[in-house]
Design a binder for this molecule. Structure first.
Ligand SMILES: Cc1ncc(COP(=O)(O)O)c(C=O)c1O
Length: 410
């Protein structure tokens, strides 16, 4: 199965080498076709974490959470303009940059944010650490979901705290914190609760009712909630809505840190730019103090891409969400038709959560790699029954991946 030219894995579909676009029948085109989501971009020789993992192997990488889509043309243009300027010295945000974030929350979520609540940080993981370190000084534990993006488990330990795992539920096939179980426990020696909404893995978007119950628990137990909302702009169903945690109640507003970024939805994670919204002055000062001497400035390209995404990205984002929705539906239908696999429905993210327990595989990750598909092992997220598949790629690549999986299992 090993091939020296790994890009041979790109499936055989009509491809125009001049425009870089795959060719489609105009009669079957839809809104997302105005942008080039079908284009297969060769990411080799770009130090792509996702693609370099299987550099010399015929394995389609569907693991780490970035998509294979080119950034929106408006973002590419803004970056080109910034490059043409030619000077890339230290870059600082000003009131206007913060205002862009404030306007985005207002327009998108009808949620009021004051510009001075916004703190810029190169990455969300760094913010998880900053929040834990700044707010848990007197506390030995950090509450965190049991099944979640791995850094939720490792950042408390790296800060010298014990990660106290909160039980999850799979009821209605939505992976989320088991709020009934949560309400039965006391907060012991925790001051901070890490929270992932939309939830990765699983893609559940917490409802207002769920958020209110979690907030009531935090109020009763004197907890500050740190809400990682990095996937919030990726909404796969029009009737689903993300609610920023700070907008849930007055208590949530004063006792939370909300983390956001354009990185996932606009596929600019490599540009290292994110923000924290912290309405409470005291919490914000503590968070900022913790940054001293550790957190570097954000680079000019990160700002350019992020601010452009928030101000001019809507049309592209809607098209990408539509494209992802089609990929999700296709994948659900295909995988759930293969004996031994069960993909859960998902409301957000481009990360399918697939139950492979019926296959009784000793090493599920190795099994799928041998089949030619690189997935994330569920063990990374604390559930060995599952595998995670990133479907943020051109449909043709997904079709090839599905055909390899089907071949390996039938
Ligand atoms: C839930 C979640 N939080 C944080 C991150 C990483 O964020 P950053 O690259 O900004 O540190 C990811 C990346 O996959 C993620 O899924």
């Amino acid at each position: 199965m090993v091939q020296t030219e790994a890009h041979k894995i790109t499936p055989n579909i009509a491809f125009d080498p001049v425009s870089g676009n795959t060719q489609k029948d105009p009669n079957t085109m839809n809104a997302s076709d105005n942008f080039s989501f079908d284009t297969i971009v060769d990411r080799h020789n770009t130090n792509s974490a996702k693609w370099d993992k299987y550099k010399h192997q015929d394995v389609i990488p569907l693991w780490v959470a970035d998509t294979d889509f080119k950034a929106a043309p408006v973002i590419q243009q803004a970056l080109e303009d910034r490059v043409k300027h030619g000077v890339f010295g230290y870059t600082r945000t000003d009131e206007q940059c913060n205002q862009v974030v404030a306007d985005y929350y207002q327009k998108k979520y009808n949620c009021h944010v004051e510009p001075n609540w916004v703190v810029w940080v190169p990455g969300i993981v760094a913010s998880l650490t900053l929040a834990i370190r700044s707010l848990s000084k007197q506390h030995s534990q950090v509450f965190t979901p049991d099944i979640v993006y791995p850094y939720f488990h490792t950042t408390p330990a790296a800060a010298g705290k014990q990660a106290n795992h909160l039980a999850m539920t799979y009821a209605q096939d939505r992976v989320r914190i088991d709020i009934d179980a949560l309400e039965k426990r006391n907060a012991q020696d925790a001051r901070v609760m890490l929270f992932c909404n939309p939830q990765n893995p699983g893609g559940a978007i917490y409802s207002r009712e769920e958020l209110l119950r979690i907030d009531a628990y935090c109020e009763a137990n004197n907890l500050i909630l740190v809400s990682d909302e990095i996937h919030a702009d990726i909404i796969l169903d029009e009737d689903k809505q993300h609610i920023p945690y700070l907008d849930v109640s007055d208590h949530a507003h004063n006792n939370s840190i909300v983390l956001g970024a354009a990185s996932k939805a606009f596929n600019v994670a490599g540009l290292a730019c994110s923000w924290a919204v912290i309405p409470n002055d005291k919490l914000r000062r503590a968070f900022i103090n913790e940054m001293h001497g550790i957190i570097s400035e954000i680079n000019p390209f990160g700002y350019t891409a992020t601010l452009t995404a928030l101000t001019h990205g809507d049309e592209w984002l809607a098209a990408m969400n539509g494209y992802l929705c089609d990929n999700r539906d296709y994948l659900m239908e295909q995988l759930n038709d293969i004996k031994g696999l069960r993909m859960l429905p998902l409301e957000s993210t481009f990360l399918a959560w697939i139950d492979v327990s019926e296959l009784n595989l000793e090493d599920p990750c190795a099994f799928f790699e041998t089949a030619g598909v690189g997935l994330s092992p569920g063990s990374n997220f604390n559930d060995t029954n599952f595998m995670r598949l990133n479907f943020g790629c051109p449909k043709a690549v997904l079709e090839e991946a599905v055909s390899r999986i089907r071949k390996a299992l039938t």
